[in-house]
Design a protein around this ligand. Structure first.
Ligand code: ADP
Length: 423
């Protein structure tokens, strides 16, 4: 680096010329050229003094000033013989008791960047040979500084190119993600229209039948019609509810009204709600903990929708086997042990476990994304769905200071949510 190069230069010059005082300096090149960026001063006892951005200026007309202004090397045989009137630093020079000196420029890349001075108390101590030797040393140092400058400029350019490449790659990734989101959104619109139309067609058809044949339908047929109407309208209601919540979440308008909620009782109600739906008899509720042990401070309606979505997914994706709804008290799962804000503490954990096909490992990280549907169902009308169910679950639970997760099971899936306990 610059400082080391200057130290080597001034030391080398002192040794070679047997000087008693030496100074090498680099001018401030970018701003005020009359200032010095750095100098190294060497004394007869071997001491070195380095100063960056020292106060003061290089006076015009002094040997340093003449060199700075592009002048040639200067050999001073005896300071005392100088014309006091023409040499501005005459008095200072006499005070230092130095009488003979060599003063040579340091050039780098065709530019005058600094100067080297070696002094001796004896008059006529230096001659043209010493001036030439000092000049050669300064030229060498200039070349080294120039090489270092070129190298650091090259490194800087390389750094800039690399950072630009990184930025481009990040933008590329962003563009790809946006495109994917766009594609998923298109698919979502297609799916959702289908999702809305199917139950609506059923509702409309059965309502028409009821209307036309109201008087001659026997009670068991009316009951059958009513059941179908109920199932389809429930499906519609849930879908619209999800859509509304999704819209509120996206618009940042989700209002959470927290109260003390008994999670055990809530799960019983949810299981009950599904009991007369197809497959609903598979939903079983296992709540552990005495009365009041499973209370959380939450928005009961939002917990109901979140758990309901998980149950519905289990009913959709696991056509057979029990669907177990569990609630118990435990310490919060630490999702990221290295994150100190990953809060520990008591929670009520709700689990929904099914015995379905599970979720492929590569899909697991994406299931909570809005519009994302698994490969087995995306774009096909095999399993109803919109791809926003889990995104809604996550947003609803997180809005209540809770967290959600998925744990693969040997046979099936286990989705969970945790809500902080009260008190
Ligand atoms: P949707 O069910 O409308 O497709 P979700 O956001 O609820 O959207 O779920 C995202 C995806 O996660 C689903 O498309 C499916 O691939 C997968 N998934 C969710 N729950 C289950 C489950 N219980 N078993 C298997 N796969 C599931």
């Amino acid at each position: 680096d610059l400082e080391t190069a200057l130290q080597a230069l001034v030391r080398g010059a002192m040794t070679l010329l047997h000087g008693k005082h030496g100074l090498a300096r680099i001018f401030e090149l970018s701003s005020d050229e009359s200032r010095v960026m750095v100098f190294v001063e060497a004394y007869a006892d071997g001491k070195l003094d380095v100063r960056w951005h020292p106060a003061g200026h290089v006076l015009t007309g002094t040997f340093g000033g003449q060199l700075r202004d592009g002048g040639p090397p200067i050999l001073v045989e005896d300071v005392w013989e100088l014309d006091q009137a023409r040499y501005p630093a005459y008095a200072a020079m006499r005070r230092q008791e130095m009488r003979s000196s060599v003063n040579v420029p340091i050039d780098a890349g065709g530019q005058r960047i600094g100067s080297l001075h070696v002094d001796h108390p004896q008059p006529r101590f230096f001659g043209p040979a010493e001036l030439a030797a000092a000049g050669a040393l300064a030229a060498q140092a200039g070349a080294a500084i120039e090489r270092a400058r070129v190298e650091s400029a090259r490194k800087e350019a390389q750094r800039r190119v690399e950072s630009q490449a990184r930025e481009l790659a990040a933008r590329d990734a962003e563009a790809v993600a946006l495109k994917e989101l766009d594609r998923l959104k298109d698919e979502f619109i297609r799916t959702i229209s289908h999702e809305l139309r199917t139950p609506l067609t059923v509702v409309h058809g059965y309502a028409q039948q009821l209307h036309a044949r109201a008087h001659d339908l026997d009670p068991s047929t009316v009951y059958r019609f009513a059941s179908t109407l109920k199932a389809s309208s429930t499906r519609l209601k849930r879908l619209v509810e999800d859509l509304l919540h999704y819209a509120r979440i996206e618009g940042g308008e989700l209002a959470v009204r927290e109260e003390v909620v008994d999670v055990g009782a809530l799960l019983e109600r949810i299981a009950d709600e599904y009991s007369d739906e197809p497959g609903g008899e598979r939903v079983v509720c296992r709540v552990s903990g005495g009365a009041g042990r499973l209370t959380v401070c939450a928005d009961p309606e939002k917990v109901r929708i979140a758990v309901g979505n998980l149950v519905e997914n289990a009913l959709k994706y696991a056509p057979q086997g029990e669907i177990v709804l569990r609630a118990f008290r435990c310490s919060a799962s630490r999702l990221d042990p290295s994150d100190p804000s990953d809060r520990a503490g008591e929670v009520v954990r709700v689990e929904v476990e099914d015995r379905g096909p599970g979720i492929p490992v590569r899909e697991q990280p994406r299931i909570w994304e809005r519009f994302y549907r698994g490969g087995a169902v995306a774009g096909l009308n095999v399993v109803p769905g919109s791809g926003i169910g889990l995104a809604v679950v996550k947003a609803l639970v997180e809005a209540q200071r809770g967290r959600v997760g998925f744990t693969p099971r040997a046979h099936g899936s286990l989705f969970w949510l945790e809500l902080p306990v009260t008190g």
